[in-house]
Design a protein around this ligand. Structure first.
Ligand code: CU
Length: 335
């Protein structure tokens, strides 16, 4: 009898999130609409860029290195956690939280808007022509110029980040100019691998009925293709900033991941039961034999954020209408 009572108590306790953030799970009253960069006004874009430049000049919170800025903290945090935040279910909620931490950093720099996304599905026909690459109302274009850039791809030549000097490559101190190395679409490829994220391809990814099936195809397909399309020019040159684990070095990272987040939101919107749909397995410890997997994921899992921000809990980052997120996106619009 005693044993049964104890079991019931344990069951009741474990039904609650392990470290409840009940305030976070209150619904917000008026969610904000996150916009596509190409549909924002010029004033909105310039306000975003001004704040993004401000983040590259603000002092570090982590204080790992005397030259580090707040922007470097984002790259470092992502790099140091690389193994724990990619290639499993936690990829989507972790990056949702990470974009939110960045959105707050922009707002601390006086920005009044929300995160915006690069709609690479709409731009997939020739992503090099996207509004995001504009030298004045965007993030500047491809790397270029002459000279020796060591291990790095050619530096970005124009736009508000042409003087941005990321401190890290992966987790190593290696200050360099922001660099990109666009895939120019030779052979069977479209520019920036756009054939990997057309409306048709992405609609197929969205057709997955299981959370982790959807996550795996989105992460390995369109998400990865954008990283590689911007940074590795068909593997024939040196690697730009958007590919190593320090990929937040390139401020376009946050617009890319806001688009990834939007696609997850669109997938969740298709059925009410998907708001809290979360399944799959943790990764095994690093170096474990091939084929091994970690324990099943749960909504109580921790989203580690290093010293950049408090750790989160997956369950707090599932519903974008929770008070701690409080945003929504335009729906699927490519048919
Ligand atoms: Cu990532």
């Amino acid at each position: 009898m005693l044993f049964i009572q104890f079991t019931l108590l344990v069951a009741a306790v474990s039904a609650l999130p392990s470290s409840t953030n009940l305030a976070a799970r209150q619904a917000c009253t008026s969610p904000r609409l996150r916009k596509s960069w190409s549909k924002a006004t010029v004033e909105e874009r310039l306000a975003y860029l001004e704040a993004a430049v401000c983040v590259t000049k603000k002092p570090s919170r982590l204080n790992k290195h005397e030259n580090a800025t707040l922007h470097d903290d984002f790259a470092y945090t992502h790099a140091v956690l690389n193994y724990d935040i990619h290639s499993f279910a936690g990829f989507l909620p972790w990056h949702r939280y990470f974009v939110m931490v960045y959105e707050k950093a922009l707002q601390d720099c006086g920005y009044k808007g929300t995160a915006m996304y690069w709609d690479w599905v709409a731009d997939s026909d020739n992503a090099t022509l996207s509004a995001v690459w504009d030298p004045v109302t965007g993030f500047g274009g491809n790397g270029g110029g002459t000279g020796n850039h060591g291990n790095h791809a050619p530096p970005v030549q124009d736009g508000p980040f042409k003087d941005h000097r990321p401190l890290y490559s992966d987790t190593a101190v290696d200050q360099h100019r922001l660099c990109r190395n666009w895939n120019r679409g030779f052979d069977e490829n479209k520019e920036l691998f756009g054939h990997k994220y057309t409306p048709q391809v992405v609609a197929e990814v969205l057709a997955n009925s299981s959370y982790d099936g959807f996550r795996e195809q989105l992460e390995g397909g369109p998400h990865a293709s954008v990283h590689f399309g911007v940074a590795v020019g068909s593997g024939r040159g040196k690697i730009g900033d958007l590919v190593p684990s320090s990929s937040p070095n390139d401020p376009i990272f946050f617009l890319h991941h806001t688009m990834v987040d939007r696609l997850w939101w669109i997938w969740q919107q298709a059925d009410e039961s998907r708001t809290n749909a979360y399944d799959g397995f943790h990764r095994p410890p690093q170096g474990a034999p091939d084929g091994e997997q970690g324990p099943p994921v749960t909504l109580d899992d921790i989203l580690p954020m290093g010293d950049l921000a408090p750790n989160g809990i997956v369950g707090d980052y599932m519903d974008t209408r929770n008070a701690n997120l409080c945003y929504e996106y335009p729906k699927w619009e490519y048919d």
